[in-house]
Design a protein around this ligand. Structure first.
Ligand code: BJ8
Length: 430
């Protein structure tokens, strides 16, 4: 593994502003040290995921650069609705471009208003400050019609856009299946490689394996004494998005072996039995790990994540049984259409999925982690709370950005929530 500092020449060739990039890396490394690396009781294998985190601006950039030198094509993506299986079957590498650092958000002011979500501002802040090494490593960018801010950003930047319908009626299913086919034509046009049944079958198998690895790691979090913390489980999910898929599977399998061994020896990642928490809502990229950090350093245990950096990314696999390209494309489309993003109306599946998580992971409290200006998750929290209340599960809504200035305020609210979780439990048992 090599870090960004080992790849300065390559970064300079990619048009990266090295001085600003050093600042960005120093900022992100500091956060990593103060959150993920600062926790105790970590499995030794987490070293591989720490390395992959640092490699995202170093050796991973070099890998993709080399792949493109050999004639490979790539696309930048911003949402888990873009079907990796089809891109990979056309020999197009998807590169997730969601920025997650407070360092870059203000650079987005060049083009975007300040009152939009920090995920978008951070992403484009990196692009506009020339600190994103992937900017020149992609042959195209693929956006999607999910939330308003994203839709309008793609228009402005002229990206290829996949239409994600906002309802789940039979006509919407047909529309989405057509979009997936259009996407196939788009990636085939980029690479000149035709998606055949054989190629698609292989990519479905590989991506399913990756998601299965994440599912197995998540299973350990259901135990009385989880051998992996919420912060580390989050890091694994974050890294899964960008790491080479086969390298991720290999690292994930090593982690599973260690977690199995820890489970058998009764080793917990925690030195306490604090309340079991589900974190629900907006995606948690690097900078948003502050929410997990705040929760876990306030005496809770995060044992489940309901987000696109959590179970929403790996809950469902593509059905591998269909034969023939057409049925396989439908199987891919249908798997992606089960994603319960808050852009859907109504979004009853999400409520049901959360209630299942509450039961399976024996959740004692839910924390909604909502990115500032992420209206759909923010408003939908109320529908979820109504359902949780019937199960006597308390919840807390944290609306924040990637900056750390409010960390202490969040922790004060979490302290109060801790009493509420314990208090409600006592009342429920009377
Ligand atoms: S499937 S959650 S990755 S759209 S950008 S919605 S945080 S205001 S990222 Fe998302 Fe796809 Fe849905 Fe998942 Fe809110 Fe910000 Fe919009 Fe965001």
């Amino acid at each position: 593994m090599t870090r960004a500092t080992d790849h300065r020449e390559l970064l300079a060739r990619l048009g990266v502003d090295l001085e600003l990039h050093d600042q960005l890396i120093a900022y992100n490394n500091r956060l990593h040290e103060q959150t993920f690396a600062a926790t105790t009781g970590r499995p030794g294998t987490m070293r591989l995921f720490d390395e992959a985190f640092h490699a995202s601006h170093g050796s991973r950039v070099a890998e993709i650069s080399e792949y493109r030198k050999q004639g490979g094509k790539s696309i930048g993506t911003f949402c888990i609705y873009v079907p990796d299986e089809i891109a990979l079957a056309a020999e197009v590498l998807p590169i997730p471009l969601c920025g997650g650092t407070n360092w870059s958000v203000d650079y987005a002011d060049k083009m975007f208003p300040r009152d939009i979500c920090p995920l978008i501002r951070s992403t484009f802040g990196m692009a506009f400050s020339n600190t994103c090494p992937y900017k020149k490593l992609k042959d195209a960018a693929v956006g999607e019609t999910t939330c308003d801010a994203k839709k309008k950003a793609w228009d402005l930047l002229g990206f290829h856009v996949m239409e994600v319908p906002q309802r789940k009626k039979p006509t919407d299913v047909m529309l989405w299946r057509n979009e997936v086919r259009e996407f196939k034509t788009f990636v085939e046009g980029l690479s000149g490689v035709t998606v055949t049944a054989e190629r698609l079958s292989e990519s479905i198998r590989v991506v399913n394996r990756k998601r299965r690895v994440l599912q197995i790691i998540n299973e350990f979090r259901k135990l009385d004494h989880p051998p992996i913390s919420g912060l580390d489980a989050l890091l694994v999910s974050q890294v899964a998005l960008n790491m080479d898929v086969r390298a991720f599977i290999a690292a994930g399998e090593q982690l599973i072996a260690e977690l199995t061994e820890r489970r058998d020896r009764g080793v917990s990642a925690y030195d306490h039995d604090g309340p079991r928490i589900l974190v629900a809502g907006s995606p948690s990229p690097m900078g948003y790990a502050k929410v997990h950090f705040a929760i876990e350093s306030s005496g809770f245990r995060v044992v489940a994540d309901e987000s696109c950096t959590g179970i929403r990314y790996y809950r469902d696999l593509v059905d591998e049984s269909p034969f023939g390209l057409d049925s396989m494309l439908d199987a891919v489309a249908d798997r992606y259409f089960t994603i319960d993003c808050s852009c859907f109306s109504p979004n009853t599946e999400r409520v049901e999925n959360i209630l299942h998580l509450v039961e399976d992971h024996r959740i004692e409290g839910v924390v909604h982690a909502i990115l500032l200006f992420c209206h759909t998750y923010n408003i939908e929290a109320r529908v979820i709370d109504n359902a949780l209340r019937k199960k006597n599960v308390p919840s807390l809504k944290i609306v924040t950005d990637f900056a750390y200035e409010d960390l202490e305020r969040i922790k004060v609210r979490l302290d109060a929530f801790r009493e509420q979780v314990r208090g409600e439990r006592v009342t429920a048992g009377v």
